[in-house]
Design a protein around this ligand. Structure first.
Ligand SMILES: CC(C)(COP(=O)(O)OP(=O)(O)OC[C@H]1O[C@@H](n2cnc3c(N)ncnc32)[C@H](O)[C@@H]1OP(=O)(O)O)[C@@H](O)C(=O)NCCC(=O)NCCS
Length: 329
């Protein structure tokens, strides 16, 4: 895998090995990734599900998962404690102990509580669960970290250059917040930039729009321009520009014509989209037509690392995302 900094992420885990919970223990892609992790010494998988069904699935796919920790919600010996903690975390939401136990039979809620109880450092789900069903338990139980008002997400996009090194970009928020406000965009930009740095990006942040420096007008143009301005005030050391069209963001030639006064237009590597439609379509264009590998969505602003897989993922992506997720722990 060509991702810049990936070797360093493994290096970090080797120094400080972690445990990651997979909420879909019988999925063939999860089992393949888990067998690779078991052969390494830096990240231990915990598989959620029925032990017999997991071993039957692993035999059928031909992956050796001997040594994996398997936790079945139906036989979990700390279920009473887990259900009590669940009720405490959902206080005021009308959750009874019986309702908590019923909810915790679902792998996504059970796995999230394993992280909350400190039995795992991180969680990766979404091979079969939808994004909403993977993310919702984390929003409700792991919650937003102090100082943040929202959970958002970033995709890291990686493409090899002819020179042999990699081009690495960050795009946010392509997966969680439907239409962020100005202040939410500021938070998304700062969190995405911090995450981009972990992958070796020196962030140059562009707030994207259909307008460059007032060439177009409208509420969404103002929202992106104001968000850029507010980000500059909140993070004065961060290189920020906006509002920008995508061509002015990435092409030095177009930037010289449309916004010659900008020092970073034409060289943007951290893209902030106005809403989830633009972001989700945008990263997929880069991935499908631009030849970038896409890693994410990496969730930002949570108290513990939980990440979501695409349901169309393969085992190599599960393995990479597991390492990325655990390294962020
Ligand atoms: C993230 C998402 C799943 C939350 O939806 P939801 O569960 O219906 O949201 P709700 O409004 O019912 O909120 C559930 C809880 O999460 C919290 N929450 C919702 N969005 C949040 C956010 N962005 N940050 C932090 N907390 C959030 C709510 O406050 C609520 O907490 P509470 O139950 O303790 O009061 C929703 O925003 C979504 O579907 N986003 C798009 C996902 C998607 O389809 N992505 C594209 C594919 S990658």
């Amino acid at each position: 895998m060509a991702i810049m900094g990936f070797g360093e992420l493994i290096g970090m885990l080797k120094k400080n090995p972690k445990k990651i919970v997979f909420t879909e223990g019988t999925d063939g892609r999860i089992l393949e990734a888990a067998s690779r992790l078991l052969a390494s010494n830096f990240l231990s998988p915990i598989l959620v599900g029925d032990e017999e069904a997991i071993f039957a699935a692993s035999e059928e796919c031909g992956y050796n998962i001997r040594g994996a920790e398997i936790l079945d919600p139906k036989k979990f010996d700390r279920m009473d404690e887990m259900a009590e903690m669940f009720c405490e975390l959902r206080k005021g939401k009308g959750v009874t102990i019986d309702k908590a136990k019923e909810t915790l039979l679902q792998g996504n809620y059970f796995g999230t509580m394993l992280v909350k109880m400190g039995m795992a450092d991180a969680l990766l789900g979404g091979a079969t669960y939808s994004t909403a069903d993977t993310v919702r338990p984390a929003l409700q139980l792991i919650k937003t970290k102090p100082g943040n008002s929202i959970v958002s997400s970033v995709f890291i996009l990686v493409r090899s250059r002819a020179t042999g090194d990699s081009e690495v970009l960050a795009m946010a928020d392509c997966a969680i917040n439907i239409r962020p406000t100005e202040d939410e965009l500021v938070e998304i930009a700062i969190e995405a930039s911090e995450c981009a740095k972990i992958f070796g990006v020196d962030p140059k942040v562009g707030f994207l729009s259909y307008s460059t420096f007032g060439s177009g007008a409208g509420e969404d143009v103002d929202r992106m321009r104001n968000a850029a301005e507010k980000t500059r005030l909140k993070a004065p050391d961060l290189a920020v520009e906006g509002e920008l069209q995508f061509d002015a963001a990435v092409s030095p030639r177009v930037a010289r014509t449309k916004c010659p006064e900008s020092e970073i237009a034409g060289h943007i590597n951290t893209f902030i989209f106005p809403d989830i439609s633009a972001g989700n379509i945008g990263y997929k264009i880069a991935q499908r037509l631009g030849g970038f590998e896409a890693y994410g969505p990496i969730l930002l602003g949570l108290n513990a690392p939980v990440n979501d897989l695409s349901r169309g993922c393969n085992a190599a992506e599960v393995y990479s995302m597991a390492i990325i997720t655990a390294a962020l722990a």
